[in-house]
Ligand binder design. Structure first.
Ligand SMILES: NC(=O)C1=CN([C@@H]2O[C@H](COP(=O)(O)OP(=O)(O)OC[C@H]3O[C@@H](n4cnc5c(N)ncnc54)[C@H](O)[C@@H]3O)[C@@H](O)[C@H]2O)C=CC1
Ligand SMILES: O=C(O)[C@@H]1CCC=N1
Length: 260
């Protein structure tokens, strides 16, 4: 397939590098600052383009991977291209299919919500298609995405909640991991050793929850001895409102996605 990518930052480069793993496709890429794409010059199947139009008219499928605040300029350029070429795929948080379609004048629009963890082919990509995208195009597109991990069709009204959990999620997890590591350093643990133990503990906890098919609350009670070490730490977390703070973070991020 001829795959276009407009905006080759965190997500654009992830899509390019993961989909290019088996060098099955031809890529047409454009980034506003050329420095970010120079490293792809060595790939025979990657053509570095000099504008949005050059990417769009040559691609069967064009991924739009700029920040939500940067989309207007790209939409305006696409609007000036009257013929429709393949499908236009938006990765932007909060941008709805109807708005993308009206602003670009294109009917074949697909909205996806990726996650940075797909760089290692672990993670879910949600997909919603405009009603104009026929089922064979949809299936071909989902096949194209399969190296990213799981691909899931999702109603568009569920995208905001999904964005917070699936796509902002790795940043929230990183924040919690960081808190554990800094807590360990504070009690005198070597930072590298702390990182190792903390990552293993999180990995083991997730795998155990899956293996035993139990809720997190059950795991809490499996570990907490009456009058023991764990319950003292859990008491501090509850007293300091950590659960409420995390719930607020998810709620505020959800509202922000709705605003964009
Ligand atoms: N970073 C993440 O984990 C996730 C990001 N997203 C969405 O993906 C999109 C991209 O996000 P990131 O990759 O993190 O942003 P980024 O800032 O890393 O990448 C955007 C790239 O677009 C380029 N750019 C800006 N305006 C341009 C234009 N007019 N023409 C060509 N290139 C242009 C920038 O130079 C930059 O390299 C956003 O809309 C975001 O909502 C969605 C899920 C996860
Ligand atoms: O922070 C953002 O707005 C984007 C959407 C989800 C992850 N990054």
């Amino acid at each position: 397939m001829r795959v276009g990518i407009i905006g080759v930052g965190n997500i654009g480069s992830m899509i390019l590098e993961v989909l290019n793993d088996k060098a099955e496709h031809e890529f047409y890429i454009y980034n506003r600052s050329i420095e970010r794409v120079r490293k792809y010059e060595v790939f025979e199947n990657v053509k570095i383009c000099s504008n949005v139009k050059e990417v769009y008219v040559q691609s069967d499928c064009t991924f739009l991977c700029v920040k939500p605040q940067q989309t207007k300029q790209v939409y305006d350029t696409l609007f000036e291209i009257h013929e429709e070429h393949g499908v236009l795929v938006s990765t932007a948080a909060g941008k709805r299919i109807e708005e993308i379609s009206q602003s670009t004048g294109k009917k074949n629009v697909i909205r996806i919500m990726p996650t940075i963890t797909s760089r290692i082919s672990i993670g879910i990509t949600a997909v919603a298609c405009s009603k104009h995208v026929d089922s064979s195009t949809r299936h071909e597109f989902e096949k194209l995405l399969s190296p990213l991990g799981e691909v899931m069709e999702l109603e568009e009204e569920k995208f905001d909640a999904f964005t917070v959990l699936n796509s902002s999620g790795p940043a929230f997890v990183a924040f919690i991991l960081e808190s554990f590591i800094e807590g360990a350093i504070n009690i005198g643990v070597n930072p590298d050793y702390a990182r190792d133990i903390v990552l293993r503990t999180f990995e083991g906890s997730v795998k155990l929850l899956e293996h035993m098919s139990i809720e997190p609350s059950r795991l809490k009670y499996l570990v907490s001895s009456p009058g023991g070490v764990t319950i003292r730490g859990l008491y501090e977390l509850e007293k300091d409102g950590v659960k409420g703070a995390i719930m607020s973070a998810i709620y505020e991020a959800f509202k922000r996605s709705q605003e964009l």
